[in-house]
Design a binder for this molecule. Structure first.
Ligand code: MOS
Length: 722
């Protein structure tokens, strides 16, 4: 239970986020966005804008800043603005005004006259399914369609037809925006040493690579500095438009440039979670044993089909044992803002469909929903020979049921005055991944240690996790450790995305710690050193030998050293050929639907998670609670609404419905802790994403239990329950 060590800096306003940096002579940029959703820019009249007070430059596709598309092996290609005249969605960045002040830049932007050759916009997923194409392969290389059939079974249809009980349903989930507190923004400064960029991101080395590729300079000439990130959730994985434009303009103008998106622009000029449509068919024996699972998905995508929301892939990778499985994943190109990763990409919307369908199957079988899931527990992904490294999902169900009072659930809910009360549950799974990471540890003569990694802490608590794993590895108190992250000058630390950071960075810290301890011991017993010729050991921050001991600081002083440093790297390896890796959980919620107003309120929720070892229970609980709240939000509140012309009808925090405190009850989070050292030496599998998986289905299942009304889309509104 450790409070986050950067907490006081954050709550007292001392933490300096990207936008908090100011420099002499700094200019301010404002992004111009399109007011059509499909077409071509014919002309941009910037005459009035250029002569407006304080304006220094106006960039457009007719007078662009040169930028190349970065292509990252992990995140794919990143779109860069102003390189052509095509408009693919309403709110697309199409210009950049740079002025002495932000207000001057914004005012001048309003004076730019844009002429378009407009084409009809395609914005509806449902209405454009005929445009569907196979999506790009999943991040793990999985193809867009995937079928596993038992011997002698010719097709998934045959397996379904042979199933005594079949449920089929079409589900849909709304598009969502990450809406991180810190809007996408950047401050760019060039000097003899190259570019320094202050811009929220999910990995310093990733942003460094993006900027270097976009600007066609060496990575060593790009310095990213960003120890604090005001929320990311996947939405800051790829480098943002303000960073590209500020850096390119600053290079041309020879002055620092600051640029930030307005809150409305964050909804269109970054990227959102795709809308999905999913068809599921589950075939089972009368005892609930699954015989066949079919999951076909369509997701909205930008016109370049750059990103696929992997809802069906999730079903094939994880979840339930079945002899027959067929999944397909299609993308539909639309004139909508770009789509990207959002917390639990794939699994969050995918689990809404699958876990709702499992609830429907339980109802069709007149079986307890937990009993049905227990009957179909997987020992590994369907069709894979590699079993889960560690799985305590059954404990999650059992403990969750006890803590939540599941035994009191009736198949038709209960009544409490004017409220119809229901309970619902769902399974949560999210694959355990990690990235290569390197850390550096410096032991100092004042008996403190510094641990450095590029990486990023977008509010997840990674900085504190570094201190805790470092303390354990160096066998000293966490207070003696100074963790540092967020600078590309530090060793590359992977991505704070995909729930990977603790496993990636923590493993590298353990290796760096053992390297620096080895070096220390070698120095201690070298000729002329305090323990010359002796066998030495290390414990409790001390070197021991010959019945004596010295702290590492005392030893360094005796050796005339200020510090010693060592690096350690860790990367996924051989374990990937031996096991499959996933985190697991069970989500529970109670919903009260008012008999007359039909409002649905979540009154209790509980998540029980098996995510391997939990490093900092306080921060992990917060992560999971946040994810669970997001799941409630997806179920009952959030959803981007696109008008026919492609404009977002609710693209700001006034119109985009988010839960407030009054919408969210106490969230109970519980862990079953089984360190998974088959996955990584730390034994932690990550808690960032799994909190949101399954929760939207648990809400929908509770709504069904309370009312008998099955809603197969998100968000569930009053109109659905009339
Ligand atoms: Mo993760 S999609 O970077 O929250």
């Amino acid at each position: 239970m450790t409070s986050r060590i950067d907490g006081p800096l954050k709550v007292t306003g001392q933490a300096r986020y990207g936008l908090d940096h100011n420099f002499p002579g700094m200019l301010h940029g404002y992004v111009i966005t399109s007011t059509i959703a499909n077409g071509e820019i014919v002309a941009m009249d910037v005459t009035a804008a250029k002569s407006a007070p304080g304006v220094v430059a106006v960039y457009s596709p007719f007078d662009p800043l040169t930028l190349r598309k970065p292509n990252s092996p992990v995140l794919g290609e990143t779109w860069v603005p102003l390189q052509d005249r095509d408009v693919a969605y309403y709110g697309q960045p199409i210009g950049f005004v740079v002025a002495q002040t932000y207000e001057q830049a914004r005012d001048a932007a309003m004076l730019v006259e844009v002429s378009y050759d407009e084409r009809p916009a395609r914005t509806s997923l449902q209405a454009n399914l005929d445009l569907a194409e196979d999506g790009p392969p999943a991040m793990d290389g999985a193809p867009p369609t995937h079928t596993v059939l038992a011997p002698g079974v010719a097709s998934i249809e045959e397996a379904l037809a042979a199933s005594p009980v079949v449920v089929e349903g079409t589900y849909s989930t709304a598009a969502q925006n990450h809406a991180a507190m810190e809007p996408h923004s950047a401050v760019a400064v060039w000097d003899d040493d190259g570019l320094t960029i202050y811009s929220g991101n999910q990995g310093a080395s990733f942003q460094q690579a993006d900027m270097a590729a976009a600007l066609e300079v060496e990575a060593s000439s790009v310095h990213t500095v960003n120890p604090f990130v005001g929320g990311a959730f996947g939405g800051k994985g790829s480098t943002s438009t303000p960073a590209f434009l500020a850096a390119a303009a600053s290079r041309v103008l020879g002055r620092p440039v600051k640029a930030a998106l307005s809150r409305e622009q964050v909804f269109t000029a970054t990227a959102n979670r795709a809308e999905t449509l999913q068809e599921i068919a589950l075939g089972a024996d009368r005892d609930g044993t699954l015989i066949a699972v079919r999951h076909d998905s369509w997701c909205s995508a930008a016109t370049d089909l750059s990103f696929v929301e992997q809802t069906s892939h999730a079903t094939s990778k994880e979840w339930y044992r079945t002899p027959n499985l067929a999944v397909s994943q299609k993308v539909v190109p639309l004139n909508i803002p770009r789509t990207t990763f959002m917390r639990a990409p794939g699994e969050a919307p995918g689990s809404f469909a699958l876990e709702s369908a499992m609830d429907e199957l339980a109802a069709a079988l007149d079986m307890d929903p937990i009993e049905l899931r227990l009957r179909n527990g997987s020992i590994g992904p369907v069709g894979s020979d590699l079993q889960w490294s560690s799985k305590y999902l059954e404990d999650c169900y059992r403990i969750g049921a006890e803590r939540f009072g599941w035994a009191h659930r009736s198949a038709t809910g209960r009544e409490d005055g004017d409220w119809l009360v229901g309970m619902g549950m769902a399974t949560a799974m999210f694959p355990a991944l990690r990235f290569p990471a390197t850390t550096e540890i410096t032991l100092r003569s004042d008996d403190t240690a510094v641990i450095s990694v590029g990486g990023a802490d977008p509010g997840t608590g990674l900085l504190t996790v570094m201190a805790l794993i470092g303390a354990e590895s160096l066998d000293i108190a966490p207070e003696r450790i100074t963790p540092r992250l967020g600078l590309s000058a530090y060793p590359p630390g992977g991505l704070s995305g995909g729930s990977t950071a603790t496993a990636s960075v923590g493993s590298a810290i353990m290796i760096a710690a053992s390297a620096v301890i080895d070096d220390l011991q070698a120095m201690a017993s070298a000729p002329g050193a305090p323990f010359a010729g002796q066998d030495v050991t290390y414990a409790d921050g001390r070197v021991l030998g010959g019945g004596r001991s010295m702290t590492f600081g005392e030893l360094l002083i005796a050796l005339g050293r200020v510090s010693i440093s060592a690096s350690g790297s860790s990367a996924p390896g051989e374990e990937l050929t031996k096991h499959s890796f996933s985190s697991f959980g069970a989500q529970f919620c109670e919903v009260r639907v008012h008999r007359w107003t039909r409002e649905a309120r979540v009154s209790r929720m509980l998540g029980v998670f098996d995510a391997g070892r939990i490093i900092n229970e306080k921060a992990a609980r917060s992560q999971l609670m946040g994810g669970m709240i997001w799941g409630v939000s997806a179920a009952l509140h959030e959803g981007l609404e696109i008008e026919e012309n492609g404009r977002l009808a609710n693209g700001d925090l006034a119109g985009y419905l988010l839960p407030v405190n009054a919408d969210i009850p106490e969230a109970d989070v519980h862990f079953v802790q089984h360190p998974d050292t088959l996955h990584n030496p730390v034994g932690a599998r990550g808690v960032g994403e799994i909190g949101t998986v399954g929760m939207a289905a648990a809400v929908a299942n509770a709504v069904y239990n309370a009312t008998g009304i099955r809603v197969r889309h998100t968000p569930i509104t009053i109109e659905d329950l009339l």
